[in-house]
Design a protein around this ligand. Structure first.
Ligand SMILES: O=C(O)c1ccccc1NCC(=O)[C@H](O)[C@H](O)COP(=O)(O)O
Length: 396
């Protein structure tokens, strides 16, 4: 057993592997590490060896003198994932799942990974995204892109999502409704026990919804692509938004193949280039894109991307669950609002809308559509729920 203590970073090696000269990772209580194969150990700066011996019996000379630090060849690992760097420059706080676990550090002959340093999601959105990365990787294996593309070719043709929103707004003079088929959520738990997605979708359509949003994530929202398919196959005419956490272009083809007319791209988790690239794919396969933003930075990023026609402002902070409908107003004020109007972008107010006063407030702020889940799905009769939300019947 050897124990090394890093004087500068207070990292301690609680145990060393019995056979260090291999590429196996060893989990200790505080981190994992390995020795680099055949690496000559000349010195080991900033570290104090309490006991050091390789398994072949040769002594490892580990310097402990801080004055030697400059002369010592510290190989602090900088596992510079360029993706992470780009995301950071765009102000994206949500990190993607590290492909090989937490970042690798190098100190002298050692490579090690600290626990809780990049290997644990920091909030619910990050957790959802990391889980989605794994889920999509598994789904891709079962259904490679080639076969999926063929399925999109024969899918029922996409309907005009934006056209439906515009028509509804013109008809009612009120924000067009995207009613969400949502069984549960991480912030609110199960919203409706007797959840029949097709029945709810039909009730929404009857109540005057312009479009529907169908949650397809199973783990956190108890949704599914079966729900999306079932609603489409039941003859519901409202165009359908696939409400997913899109992290991979493969999911766009999958959504289209399952009958989606639109998809959600969340600016908090996608880099600008991903949004551009995915938007192009969506155009190719006939999907409408709703890009979701939550703060000024995300809005400014999205406004720089050509071809965006629909922006959703989420009043819910997906990292903290805090809901504040004044967020919609804040993001539509001043020069931003002006730019949005000039570009002819339709803005959707999302989350936390419960009353006619809420609807009037976001309409006044400048939205032409709203996306509503909880307040409708919880009503015994969601058709009546729509009339209650708007303060009048909008179905006529
Ligand atoms: O709803 C959540 O708890 C949630 C948590 C983490 C990520 C996303 C989440 N919701 C997605 C949405 O934004 C809403 O489903 C949608 O805007 C409708 O909101 P609401 O009318 O408040 O149900």
């Amino acid at each position: 057993m050897q124990e090394l203590i890093c004087a500068t970073s207070s990292v301690s090696f609680n145990s060393l592997p019995s056979s260090p000269f291999n590429h196996t990772f060893y989990d200790t209580t505080r981190f994992t590490f390995r020795f680099l194969k055949n690496k000559h150990i000349a010195s080991f700066p900033c570290m104090r060896a309490q006991q050091s011996e390789a398994t072949d019996g040769s002594a490892i000379n580990i310097a402990s003198d801080d004055s030697k630090v400059d002369a010592l060849d510290i190989k602090e690992s900088k596992v510079k994932n360029s993706q992470i760097d780009i995301a950071a420059t765009q102000g994206i706080k949500i990190r993607r799942r590290p492909p090989t676990g937490p970042p690798l550090h190098h100190v002298g002959p050692f490579e090690f990974r600290l626990q809780n340093e990049g290997n644990t999601p920091r909030n619910i959105l990050e957790e959802i995204v990391w889980n989605k990365d794994t889920e999509v990787a598994q789904m891709r294996e079962k259904k490679p892109l080639g076969s999926l593309k063929k399925a999109t070719d024969i899918a029922a043709p996409p309907r005009d999502f934006i056209g439906a929103l515009k028509a509804s707004y013109e008809k009612t003079g009120m924000p067009a409704l995207i009613a969400e088929v949502k069984k549960a959520s991480p912030s609110r738990g199960v919203l409706r026990e007797d959840f029949d997605p097709v029945e709810i979708a039909k009730a929404y359509e009857k109540g005057g919804a312009a479009c529907l949003s169908v949650l397809t994530d199973a783990k956190y929202f108890q949704g599914s692509f079966e729900n999306l398919e079932a609603i489409r196959n039941a003859g519901v005419k409202c165009p359908l938004l696939c409400k997913e956490f899109i992290v991979d272009a493969w999911q766009l083809y999958y959504a289209r193949a399952k009958g989606a007319d639109a998809v959600l791209l969340i600016a908090a988790i996608l880099q600008d280039l991903d949004i551009k690239y995915m938007t192009k794919i969506c155009k190719m396969i006939g999907l409408t894109v709703l890009v979701e933003v939550h703060d000024e930075n995300e809005m400014d990023r999205v406004l720089e991307i050509d071809g965006i026609q629909l922006i959703g402002i989420n009043n819910r902070n997906l990292e903290t669950f805090e809901v504040d409908i004044s967020n919609t107003k804040k993001l539509l004020e001043g020069a931003r609002g002006e730019k949005i109007r000039q570009k002819g972008i339709i803005v959707v107010g999302e989350s936390g809308l419960f009353t006619p006063a809420d609807v009037a407030y976001v309409q006044e702020a400048g939205v032409k559509a709203i996306l509503v889940g909880e307040s409708l799905v919880k009503q015994e009769d969601p058709t009546k729920g729509i009339a209650l939300l708007f303060g009048k019947d909008i179905s006529a």
